[in-house]
Design a protein around this ligand. Structure first.
Ligand code: MG
Length: 155
């Protein structure tokens, strides 16, 4: 068994869709980034690559490479997990926490879990996604952005 952790954060920006966990979430602002800035999927990618000792998202999809500009993070996750599978590993547990003061994410947790499980072709029970606020503290508390933390177990 191998354990991996991933963390990512992105700032809010006007005029962009809010993508989180592969799901478009209705909100006045989205997240700024080179790709679609899906902080949850990015943290999952880093956790998977980390568990397999295959580097990180920046190494696999360099932001200096125009090929990944405005990338759909769902494609990045699929590619990263293909690499992990090719190295002989299989995801057996994923636990994620998204830190956001707003929007309220509870109504979207089910859709995010289903999207992530489908992208990784694993049972829904493998994927746990939780949401919390930081009680008004820090950049998430001030509503400046969203952070995501992920732990995975590979067998
Ligand atoms: Mg990111």
């Amino acid at each position: 068994m191998r354990i991996g952790q991933g963390i990512d954060s992105h700032a809010f920006a006007d005029g962009r869709p809010l993508m989180l966990g592969g799901v478009a979430i209705p909100y006045a602002r989205g997240l700024a980034g080179h790709s679609d800035a899906d902080a949850l999927l990015h943290a999952i990618i880093d956790a998977l690559l980390g568990a397999a000792a295959l580097g990180d998202i920046g190494g696999m999809f360099p932001s200096s490479d125009p090929q990944w500009a405005n990338a759909d993070s769902r494609d990045l996750l699929r590619k990263a997990y293909e690499r992990v599978r090719a190295a002989g590993h299989r995801l057996t547990s994923l636990d994620a926490t998204v830190v956001a003061q707003e929007p309220k994410l509870a109504p979207h947790i089910g859709a995010m879990r289903e999207a992530v499980a489908a992208l990784l072709n694993v049972d829904l029970g493998v994927v746990s996604i939780k949401a919390t606020t930081s009680d008004g503290l820090g950049f998430t508390g001030r509503g400046e952005g969203i952070a995501a933390l992920v732990v995975v177990l590979l067998e």
